[in-house]
Write a protein that binds this ligand. Sequence first.
Ligand code: V07
Length: 267
Amino acid sequence: MLEKLLRKKKEQSGTIERTIADEIALLRQKQIPAHVAIIMDGNGRWAKKRNLPRIAGHHEGMKTVRTITRTANELGIKVLTLYAFSTENWKRPKLEIDFLMKLPGEFLTTYLPELVEQNVKVEMIGDFEMLPSHTKSAIQKAMEQTKQNDGLILNFAMNYGSRLEITEALKDISTLIKDGELDIEDIDSNLIEKHLMTSHIPDPDLLIRTSGEVRLSNFMLWQLAYAEFIFTDVLWPDFDEKCLISAVEEFQLRNRRFGSLEREESI
Ligand code: V07
């Protein structure tokens, strides 16, 4: 009742302020991107601005992963792929790598119960074997405990690099040809897709990169062929539910311009 009165008052004064829940309900009336992929950049910069060590930024970024996962789920997004660690990131200082490799364990100790409760399924793309064993077991446990869930797929790109992924796919296909199980004529984009790490999920409809950099940095090069790209200056630790909502809003505006045209035909 009080809420209703307050809203009326707001409406009369001309400042209709929608709640996050209202915004989400509105967005859900139009097309929601099935797969959103995010390059979570700007954690180091966030820390530097506050005279904190880089790892403090990574830790704060981990909290954003929780918020954005919850909001993505509420929006009805089916797959959220987050670039957590690239094949290039091994070049960073050892202490920073050691800290980063502890984050999956900490994230899952803190948030796995609520992921289970929210029907989220944890998955991973990337070279799993190269990860430290404590990182591997944390991720394995999360995948195991959420494998029955059929809500949002929270897909972490860990020790992932797109060129490595495509290289591995090429090797797999070549082996099949060498062994006589496949002919060169069988190679088409469908077949190549089947040998990528994302063979069971749709291509991203929307790519978001935070922190003002306008590069793909070896992220899902094949899969992003038709995605909408949104680059924002917001640093990842500051990226909140409103930022995700704005990005989906922007996606819907852009998509509307396609009309009935097929994406591929409208270049
Ligand atoms: C990492 C926090 C987010 C910003 C980007 C860099 C730092 C969550 C995870 C994670 C990964 C796998 C998993 C559960 C959680 C993570 C790394 C870095 C390496 F199963 N955040 N986060 N992993 N950062």
